[in-house]
Ligand binder design. Structure first.
Ligand code: SF4
Ligand code: SF4
Length: 94
């Protein structure tokens, strides 16, 4: 089965917690962590589901390299697709 999986990958140490990606995500798929990074900012994290790959979060983030949107296409093996989905859901896309 061919499937497409999209998810944001946020570098928690580069995130300044401005929340633009959280407000800008039409799927409400990004949330603010209760933890702080080394610079003392609460950072954004992927909730683990809901991402459609629209990239609005990427284009609204003012911090270079803090946020990427990863897209995996044409997965022919169902088991591999399930494994990737589980990994993304468990680790918030990191
Ligand atoms: S790519 Fe779109 S749907 Fe996915 S987290 Fe970013 S803003 Fe939300
Ligand atoms: S827009 Fe960028 S800097 Fe702001 S909270 Fe999201 S990832 Fe962090």
């Amino acid at each position: 089965m061919i499937e497409e999986i999209s998810y944001p990958v946020i570098n928690e140490e580069l995130c300044k917690g401005c929340m633009r990606c959280i407000v800008g995500c039409p799927q409400n798929a990004i949330v603010l962590s209760q933890d702080m990074n080394d610079a003392g900012y609460q950072f954004a994290v992927y909730s683990g589901n809901g991402c459609t790959g629209c990239k609005d979060c990427y284009f609204t983030c003012p911090e270079p390299l803090a946020l990427e949107v990863h897209q995996i296409k044409n997965i022919a093996n169902d088991d591999v697709a399930k494994m990737i989905k589980a990994k993304v859901a468990n680790k918030g896309g990191n």
